[in-house]
Design a protein around this ligand. Structure first.
Ligand SMILES: [Ca+2]
Ligand SMILES: [Ca+2]
Ligand SMILES: [Ca+2]
Ligand SMILES: [Ca+2]
Length: 278
């Protein structure tokens, strides 16, 4: 084989590798000391008193840097997009003593956030966080304290809004869960930085401990040209028919794992997550 031919073949392989690796679902453990779980089935969420996150749409919080991230590519869901630049996301979750924080870093090429609001925001650019308080996995939503199921919809209509009073939608009284959220536009899409209260009166009151499991899912709605939704991405591998909004058996799981951010001796910055038991 000529050298130029070999070079061409290598280039083709490299291009294929880059293309395929840029669009594959994966769990990114990064600096996390805890195992990140299993894509589409389990997210392992570190909890500890130092995990407090500032809701400002900036993901420079120490807790985000140490959390595992799950990357959802453009093909995963009931409405696949043409490529990751058009629609994809990565998310992470951490908890302190009061809140379950969820960060969703969305890649979206065209923002549509002015046509639909709150309960109809699934037709515009938006994300959805799902909680099944007892991991009951029932076929319909429970509306009983401790077993509560909910869908919390957060749209790009919240750009630069008040994080303590976001416009929310969702079934199972999602807007009444007490969830806060900051939503900001980025060069490649938008970021949602949300906080779901661990105590939502009448719905749930989580006492976090190692191994506590709740039902959990993340969705992304993508509208690029106005009107109806164009793409729908779904993290949970159980949700093959976009039924999470009314069927908790489609959710995956979130497991709480005790983890303290370890502070370096100078006390300036957390450098890693120590698997320190309290
Ligand atoms: Ca932040
Ligand atoms: Ca898009
Ligand atoms: Ca339930
Ligand atoms: Ca869009």
């Amino acid at each position: 084989m000529k050298r130029s031919t070999i070079a061409c073949v290598l280039l083709a392989f490299a291009a294929f590798w880059v293309a395929s690796s840029a669009s594959s679902n994966e769990v990114r453990d990064s600096d996390a000391a805890i195992d990140g779980g299993e894509f589409g089935l389990l997210y392992r969420c570190g909890f500890g008193p130092r995990n407090t996150v500032v809701l400002d749409g900036d993901l420079n919080d120490l807790a985000w840097g140490a959390a595992p991230w799950h990357f959802v590519d453009h093909k995963t869901g009931t409405g696949p997009a043409p490529n990751d630049e058009n629609a994809s996301l990565q998310f992470a979750a951490v908890a302190d003593n009061e809140w379950l924080y969820v960060a969703i870093d969305v890649t979206d090429d065209e923002i549509q956030n002015a046509e639909d609001s709150a309960g109809d925001v699934w037709k515009d650019d938006s994300v959805e966080i799902y909680i099944d308080a007892d991991d009951g996995g029932t076929q319909t939503y429970d509306a009983e304290e401790g077993k509560w199921d909910t869908q919390i919809s957060i749209g790009a209509e919240n750009f630069d809004g008040d994080p303590e009073a976001p416009i929310l939608g969702g079934s199972g009284q999602g807007p009444d869960t007490g969830t806060h959220a900051a939503v900001v536009e980025t060069a490649t899409g938008y970021i949602v930085e949300a906080a779901v209260p661990l105590d939502s009166p009448g719905k749930w009151d989580f006492a976090l401990e190692d191994g506590l499991v709740i039902g959990f899912n993340i969705h992304m709605n993508d509208d690029d040209d106005g009107g109806e939704r164009d793409n729908k991405l779904i993290w949970s591998a159980n949700d093959v028919d976009d039924q999470s909004w009314q069927n908790p058996s489609r959710f995956a799981d979130l497991e709480f794992v005790s983890s303290l951010l370890a502070v370096d001796p100078a006390g300036k910055a957390a450098t890693t997550w120590g698997a320190l038991r309290r």
